[in-house]
Design a protein around this ligand. Sequence first.
Ligand code: DGT
Ligand code: CA
Ligand code: CA
Ligand code: ZN
Length: 584
Amino acid sequence: MSLTNREIADIFENVATMLEIKGEIIHRVLSYRRAGETLRELPRDLHAIAAEGKLTEIPSIGDTLAAKINEMLDTGKLEFYEKLTKEIPSGLVDIVHINGVGPKKAKLFWKELNITTVPELEAAARGGKLRDLAGMGAKSELKIIEGIESLARQTGRTPLGNALPAAQAILDVVMKVPGAIEGVIAGSIRRARPTIGDVDLLVASDDATPIMDTFVAMEQVALIHGHGPTKSSVELLNGLQVDLRVLEKARWGTALNYFTGSQAHNIRMRELALKKGYSLNEHAFSPVDKEGNIIEDAPKILCATEKEVYATVGLPWIPPELREDSGEIEAAQAGKLPKLISMDDMHADLHMHTTASDGTRSIREMAEEARQRGRKFIVITDHSHSLGIANGLTIERLLAQQEEVRKVDTEFSGSIRVFHGTEMDINADGTLDFPDEILAKLDFVIASLHVSLRQPREQITARMLSAIRNPHVDLIGHPRAQILPDREPADLDMDEVFNAARESGIALEINANPRRLDLEAQFARRAVEMGIPLSINTDAHAPDHMDLMMYGVMTARRGWVTAESVINTWPLERFLQWTQSRGR
Ligand code: DGT
Ligand code: CA
Ligand code: CA
Ligand code: ZN
C-alpha cells in the first residue's frame, strides 16, 4: 500500500492533535502540525524526493520526521501513530475540529463521559449531559451543537488563493505543448468565488492527444480519474481535483461561456437563446422548431469568442465575476453593467504590519516594497497592545513609531508617501485599545475584531458599533472576521453595521488576503449600494503579501464595485481631505 502526500500530511496533523490532547509540549505539537501543512502543499511526490534522499531539504522536515516519512512510504503506516491511536481514540481528533472545542474540552468529555466520537458528543449536548461538567453550561452545549452543524456544512472547498496558483501552474505546463493555441482557467476561479470546488481548465487546440498526455503525466498528479480526447480529470497530491477540456478554437466562445458558469447564469443564457430560436450548449447555438426540438440539418452558429455568444442573445459581454444570475442579465439588457474596478486603479495600500508587531520587515523595507509595486501611498498599521500574541504596540511605542514613520516618509518623498496609523483592537468589552487623544495624532485608524469572536449577535454587534461610531476610526478591518475555508464569520447584524457605517461616514475593508476576503462580494455590493466607501488592502505581514492585492480586487469586482467607491483609488489629496473631514 502506497501512501500519498495528503495521507501522510493527514497522519502528521492527526499526530499533532493527539499529542495536544495528551498535553505534550507545544513545540512538539507544532513541529508535526507545520510538517503536515508543508507536505499538504508540496508540489512533488514524496516518493520521488525520498528516492533522491532529499526529504530533509523540505522546509520543516528534520531527521526525525524524515525517518517517519520514510517509514510510511516503505510500510504504508507509522508505528508511532498506531501506538498513539491505542492511547487516544482517533474520533477525538474530529471532536477537536469542532468550532469552540479545543483539546482540553475534548479530553474532558472523553475522561468524564467516555465520549469519543462526534455523534456521541452531539447526542450528549442535545441531551443536556454536558452542562454540569467543569467550565460548561447550557450555553456552551448550544455552541457545540452549532459547531457540529457548521462542521457538517463544510464541504472541503479550497480557498481561491490556493486553487488559483495551482491551476495557473498546471495551465502553464500544458500551454507549452506544441499545438496549444489558447488556455484559460474557467469555472468558479474565473468568477472569483472565495472557495473552489474543483478546477476547470480549457485549452483550444486541433491536437488534444499530446496535451492530455502531458496533463495526466504531471508530477503533481496523484490519481487519474479520466484520460480522454476531449476531457481528462485528475486529483493532485494536495487533493485538488482538476478537469481539463480541449476543444477546437472555432467553438471556444460557447465552451468558455458554458464552463465559466455559474450554472444559474448558464440557465438564463439558455432561456435567452431559446427566445431567439436556438438551443445553446457548450458546442454551439442550434436552431430549434416551435416545440423546442433541434432542427437536425439546419446550420448551427459557432462562436469563437464569448463576445459573439453574448451578441447572439442580444447582450454586451458580461464580466465573469458577475455571472451568478444576481441581476447581471437585467443590467446588461438595460445597458447598465458597472465599469468594474481593476488592478490599474489601485495605487494605495492602507493596512500593513512591520516588525514592531507581527510583521517580518521594517517600516523602510515595507515602504520600499510598496514603492516597487507602484503604490503612491501606504499606511503603517501595526497591532495595538491588547493583542499581546502579535506584540501589539503600547501608547509609548506607538508614539515612538510615529517619529520613525515621519523619517521614512521624508526619505521617500517624491516617490511614495508613508503615513502612520494603527490596527487597533476592538476589545471584548467594546472598548477601544487607544484613547481618543492618541487616535487624533494618527493619520489613519483601522479598528478590527480579533478576539472573542463567538460572542452572541447582540453583544458583538454592539461592540462593532462602538468602534464605527468613534469619530477617529476611519476603517473597519476585515469586518466579519472570517478565515477561509473554515472559520465562520462573527455573528454580526450586518444591517446594523451598514446603517451605522453610513451614518458615521466610515469605510469598510475588503481584506485582500485570500484567507480572509472579508468583506465578501455580496456584502461589498450591499455596502456600495448604501454609499459606504470601501478600502481594499493586503494586510501585508511580509513583502510578498503585497502581491495578494489582486484577490481583493477580484472580490470587489464580484461585488459590482467600481473604482469610485474604493478609497485606495482616490488621488492623495482626496484621501487626505476625507481623513481630515473625519475626527481629527
Ligand atoms: P465549483 O467547482 O463548485 O467551485 O463551482 P463551478 O462553478 O466551477 O462548478 P463546476 O466545476 O461543477 O462546473 C463548471 C461550470 O460548468 C459551471 O460553473 C457551469 C457549468 N456546468 C456544469 N454542470 C452544469 C449543469 O448541469 N448545468 C449547467 N447549466 N451548467 C453546468
Ligand atoms: Ca469548478
Ligand atoms: Ca468541474
Ligand atoms: Zn492587520
